[in-house]
Design a protein around this ligand. Structure first.
Ligand SMILES: Nc1ncnc2c1ncn2[C@@H]1O[C@H](COP(=O)(O)OP(=O)(O)OP(=O)(O)O)[C@@H](O)[C@H]1O
Ligand SMILES: [Mg+2]
Length: 254
């Protein structure tokens, strides 16, 4: 579960103050497929960076699975990022000198997985996006859609429960974009949480629901509704996962 309580992010550019997020409150339940839609500069990537623990709020609080992320050390946050969250970006962010399978394998090396486990996961992930036969290709030997499928395979291979995608179809033609959306639907059917950022209404409406963002202000109609408005610390969903327990142990401040 992803909960923002009045989260603000403020940038100072000389004398100018930019409220990239202005008291944003959101509730995204485990297993939901949510789109975040808003125009350029509205704060979508800022929001995604905070959800993905790549950045922190200046005001307000972010609870991930019932735990305030303020309670985690930088090391624990890095572990949450790599195990819990799969990132997918508009420009794919693949390493150009590496083949598809090397790109998918790289995060698994950082996670310390055994060679056998890595090979099994790379194969499973590339098969899921129908690219196992192209595993020896480098990014410049693949189409944009294929590169994005490799990027999704890379995110999947760590078996995260949350997929965060920032304009994943933004650089693709419509037909290719539809293929990519099919993969997100499949990941959602497997029980994953999908948060998909877009400025395209046709893409946004494929999610279960849309959260709108404009000038840093977020409009999430489920906030304040009874079913999701449980006190976070008392939520039944907050039973900590193995890795949360692990990181609590490691983190003396947690
Ligand atoms: N590092 C930064 N320093 C200063 N201002 C920033 C920084 N990052 C973002 N901003 C500002 O915060 C606001 C929100 O930016 P953000 O990148 O979140 O928008 P976005 O909705 O993702 O836009 P786009 O659709 O163009 O990607 C913008 O006004 C932007 O100029
Ligand atoms: Mg952006």
């Amino acid at each position: 579960m992803i909960v923002f309580n009045n989260v603000s992010k403020i940038y100072h550019m000389g004398d100018e103050v930019v409220k990239a997020l202005d008291h944003a409150s959101i509730h995204i339940r485990q297993g939901e497929f949510v789109s975040i839609i808003g125009p350029s500069g509205s704060g979508k990537s800022t929001l995604m960076n905070i959800v993905g623990c790549l950045d922190t709020a200046d005001e307000g609080e972010y609870f991930l699975d019932g735990m305030s992320i303020k309670r985690y050390s930088e090391k624990s946050l890095a572990m949450i990022r790599s195990r819990k969250i799969g990132f997918i970006f508009q420009n794919f962010n693949l390493i150009s000198t590496m083949t598809a399978e090397e790109n998918v394998e790289l995060p698994l090396i950082y996670q310390g997985l055994s060679m056998n486990e890595r090979k099994a996961r790379v194969k499973e992930a590339l098969e899921m996006v129908d690219l196992y036969p192209r595993r020896k290709h480098t990014p410049n030997q693949m189409s944009g859609g294929q590169q994005q499928r490799v990027a999704i395979a890379r995110a999947m291979a760590s078996k995260p429960s949350i997929f965060l995608a920032d304009e994943p179809t933004g650089n693709l033609d419509q037909a290719t974009g539809r293929q990519i959306m099919q993969i997100f639907h499949h990941l959602h059917e497997q029980g994953n949480t999908i948060v998909l950022i877009t400025h395209d209404e046709h893409v946004a409406e494929q999610a279960d629901r849309s959260i709108k963002i404009m000038d840093g202000k977020v409009y999430d109609e489920t906030v304040g509704k009874e079913e999701t408005d449980v006190p976070v610390s008392a939520s039944a969903e907050e039973t900590p996962s193995e890795e949360t327990r692990q990181s609590r142990k490691e983190d003396p401040s947690a």
